[in-house]
Design a protein. Structure first.
Length: 451
């Protein structure tokens, strides 16, 4: 019942935020302009590419068109987004944009393997299917679903449609109708592990367009395309925080798993009882962080807890806990309550982007035993707690800082050793009674000591 009440309150807040976002974007329409590189197979543009160009420019974007045969990696410099049409010859583009830290979107399925978005076997890992008019929405909650669900007609006349089979770290938003294993709308978050153990340098997106199909898009088809472009450019939408007992064979769709900074590749394994996280990273500290992060995109106040069963043994300051973070940038503002390998519990935070970190330690945690951490947000106030039983909580510290209205909340793990991968085990990411144990701001003094 308590969770249901919080869910209703969350939905009320989300409605207000969504209304604000609508008003905000109406206000800035035609003021913001993304700098987009559009790579095509021919100039003058064919009818499909021309329809895409017209759509992008009508949305206020600045679009530079270049031939695939003439494009070079340095063309990505200064761009906000690279879009590659299916009219290109894949060999002309190949891996030129694979490593760039600029978002990339394409409907050339024969580039998916070059970009490490899928495996390399045509007809199995990627391909095209003829005579399609609709797609099937797999994840209606994702931003790229544009609030669509079930079967959506995207073109007025049957066309060929590209598809791919991304790995489990991708967000699969839509598939071919009747074949949910072949994705026609999918994306990788920056920092997620793509095929061939390749870390996404920025967001990567595959969409359902093909050659001339854009000239025949329905309004739903264009809405989905617009959402894919916006997500590639960094847009997202908040959801209500979801609890998880980690009793499935893989992460629920509401989680996204990435590496922040430039650590060795991390991963996670969910069993029928808990979640094991493999992580690297020199630390979550100082002016920039390197760690494994499994998060949700949310908004509003929250009160969440996490059961910690095991902390990486790689360093006395290896850490596992709950982190609220403004972005995936290494220097992002954050609030972090964690258990450490040999230094008990810690409440750490970065109050200003790219600035120093602050630390308050306390309590007692012994590795390979069960401990609990809790993070509470009330307005701009954040409080970290620890517990031995998950019921009786001791406040460690709190802090006031401003945050964006939409932010990230989830589980952070660092091995605190740039050359070593460590293993953490957690369970029961729970939503608790909001403000039941809230304390006044002046009951704490911020500590600036470093480890």
């Amino acid at each position: 019942m308590r969770y249901l009440v919080q869910k209703i309150e969350c939905l009320k807040k989300l409605n207000k935020i969504i209304l604000f976002i609508i008003i905000f974007y109406i206000f800035i329409y035609n003021i913001y302009s993304a700098n987009i590189l559009f790579v095509v197979g021919a100039i003058p543009l064919g009818t499909g590419d021309q329809a895409v160009y017209d759509r992008l420019t009508s949305q206020g974007h600045s679009v530079a068109v270049t031939l695939a045969a003439q494009c070079v990696t340095s063309d990505a410099t200064g761009r906000d987004l690279i879009i590659v049409s299916s009219t290109v010859t894949s060999g002309d583009v190949n891996t030129k944009f694979r490593d760039v830290t600029v978002p990339f979107l394409t409907w050339k399925s024969y580039l998916y393997d070059d970009m490490n978005m899928t495996g390399g076997t045509a007809g199995t890992d990627y391909g095209t299917t003829a005579s399609q008019t609709s797609i099937y929405i797999l994840d209606s909650t994702h931003y790229m679903a544009a609030d669509k669900s079930n079967t959506v007609t995207v073109v007025n006349t049957a066309v060929t449609m590209p598809w791919g089979v991304p790995n489990e770290n991708a967000k699969n938003v839509a598939s071919l109708v009747g074949n949910t294993g072949r994705s026609v709308l999918f994306g990788y978050e920056m920092g997620s592990t793509m095929v061939n153990n390749f870390r996404a340098p920025a967001r990567r997106v595959g969409v359902f367009l093909y050659d001339l199909s854009s000239a025949n898009h329905t309004s739903d088809g264009w809405n989905l395309f617009d959402a894919a472009v916006s997500w590639a450019l960094g847009a997202d939408k908040p959801h209500c925080i979801q609890p998880d007992d980690f009793n499935n064979s893989s992460l629920e769709k509401f989680w996204t798993a990435v590496d922040v900074g430039n650590p060795l590749l991390g991963s996670q394994t969910e069993t029928a009882t808990n979640l094991t996280i493999t992580a690297n990273g020199n630390d979550i500290w100082d002016y920039a962080d390197n760690f494994r992060y499994i998060f949700q995109t949310v908004s509003g106040d929250f009160d969440v807890s996490l059961q910690v069963n095991f902390v990486p043994t790689t360093n006395p300051w290896s850490k596992v806990g709950i982190m609220m973070r403004e972005s995936l940038a290494p220097g992002s503002k954050h609030a972090f309550i964690c258990a450490t390998r040999s230094n008990n519990y810690a409440f750490q935070r970065r109050l200003i982007t790219d600035d120093m970190s602050y630390h308050t330690g306390g309590g007692s945690y012994t590795n390979n035993t069960t401990g609990y951490v809790r993070l509470v947000k009330s307005g701009n106030n954040f409080t970290g707690y620890y517990s031995t039983d998950g019921t009786n909580w001791t406040p460690l510290d709190n802090v006031n800082m401003s945050f964006s209205s939409t932010f990230l909340i989830g589980i952070a793990v660092t091995s605190h050793d740039a050359g070593a991968v460590g293993y953490a085990n957690v369970d029961n990411f729970n939503i608790l009674e909001k403000d039941e144990y809230g304390l006044e701001n002046d009951e704490f003094i911020l500590m600036g000591e470093e480890e």
